[in-house]
Design a protein around this ligand. Structure first.
Ligand SMILES: Cc1ncc(COP(=O)(O)O)c(C=O)c1O
Length: 376
């Protein structure tokens, strides 16, 4: 596919931070926003939604988890379980909110510099302390750098409670090889450390390279990891505010479930299809038959049929778009309310934080529970 950047005179009319922070004689290269036009399909969906005045709140993640799972399976051969996927505004919020649930003030959080500098701020915002284990020079690696696996193990052994893994690594574009990821996962399991794998750049790799999602690595990785990701870098959608948090174990999913309802509810309207539930109440559709993509769904998966959907609604009720009647709910079965996840036995769900804690997480943090006692 041949894609060309917009001409400079067009780019200078954009209102994003990249094009407004500095005087016009500066060529801004400081932030990862693309200079390419949006993919035509994304642009079309956004126009259609605006034309339909479809700009209210998001009701639930809808079909986004399923569509992301389809994407991940196609792209990386990894299919995350749907029960452990939640949405929020962006990857930064996903990291901070996950840390808030996992650490106590003063706990160490490993980063591997040079790395995306806001990691330092995220850790401070969640009350943690940075434990830096710099990357090592590695002449035998194509990138010239590698994780310091012994250093990471030592940091875990010394008491760090979490790690922010940048995978692929920004700014080096380093795709950590599977054997390094296995070593990190094994070490995290040995010392019971939570790994937050930031995979925001994963859809962008050079031809010939392949990306391995951290959660696909091993049982140890699945037990110790929350992956955070988004379509914002791969498809230039940062301003549309939607990220995914993915957990594949009971313990890590419990961290996500303990977050405030608002962490999910602030996701952009554009993140969710208008309805993920059929009129018969079923949400189980094959990928082929999933209707009504939002622009996020589109970029993870395929073109949508929003126009036709809106047209049909108009035709059925001339002059207005009909709202569902009482009892004909558009709320999908899986939503952000604290629910009994199909991933867990009922008893485990019921042990989770009561709903009244939802708005007070700042005061009463839930920490990454110790394996044996469940508290510390
Ligand atoms: C590694 C990494 N994580 C997170 C972010 C921020 O993502 P978001 O805008 O979704 O918070 C960036 C932005 O460039 C990044 O490079």
């Amino acid at each position: 596919m041949n894609v060309e950047a917009e001409p400079l005179e067009i780019l200078r009319h954009r209102t994003s931070v990249k094009w407004t922070q500095y005087p016009s004689e500066v060529l801004p290269l400081f932030v990862a926003e693309m200079d390419y036009p949006l993919a035509p399909g994304l642009s079309r969906v956004l126009h259609e939604r605006i034309a339909a005045s479809d700009s209210g709140y998001v009701g639930s993640p809808g079909e986004l988890p399923a569509v992301f799972a389809d994407f991940a399976e196609r792209r990386w051969g990894w299919r995350p379980g749907l029960g452990g996927i939640r949405t929020t505004t962006d990857v930064s919020v996903a990291i901070v909110e996950t840390l808030r649930q996992a650490i106590r003030p003063g706990d160490g959080v490993v980063i591997t510099t040079p790395v995306y500098p806001p990691f330092v701020d995220f850790i401070a915002e969640a009350g943690g302390v940075v434990v830096d284990v710099p990357l090592l020079g590695a002449t035998d690696r194509p990138s010239g750098y590698a994780l310091d696996l012994d250093g990471i193990d030592r940091a875990f052994a010394a008491g760090a409670r979490a790690m922010l893994l940048c995978h692929p690594h920004n700014p080096l574009g380093l795709i950590h090889p599977a054997e390094d990821l296995e070593a990190v996962a094994a070490s995290a399991a040995r010392h019971d450390v939570l790994v937050i794998s930031d995979e925001i750049h994963a859809p962008l790799v050079h031809t010939g390279q392949s990306f391995t999602p951290f959660l696909s690595i091993s049982d140890a990785a699945r037990a110790q990891t929350v992956t955070v990701t988004s379509a914002s870098k791969g498809f230039n959608l940062a301003g549309f505010k939607c990220a995914l948090m993915i957990a594949e174990s009971e313990r890590t999913a419990a961290l996500l479930d303990a977050m405030s309802f608002e962490v999910g509810a602030r996701t952009s309207t554009r993140a969710s299809p208008r309805s993920a539930t059929t009129r018969s109440g079923s949400t189980a559709r094959s990928p082929r038959s999933r209707p009504r993509a939002s622009c996020w769904l589109l970029c993870w998966r395929r073109p949508c049929r929003t126009s036709a959907t809106v047209r049909r609604a108009r035709d059925s009720s001339p002059g207005s778009i009909s709202a569902p009647s009482v009892g004909e709910t558009t709320r999908p079965a899986g939503s952000w309310t604290r629910r009994r996840s199909p991933w867990y036995p009922a008893s485990t769900s019921e042990q989770r934080a009561p709903a009244s804690r939802a708005s007070t997480w700042g005061a009463r943090r839930r920490c990454w529970p110790r394996r044996s006692s469940g508290s510390r």
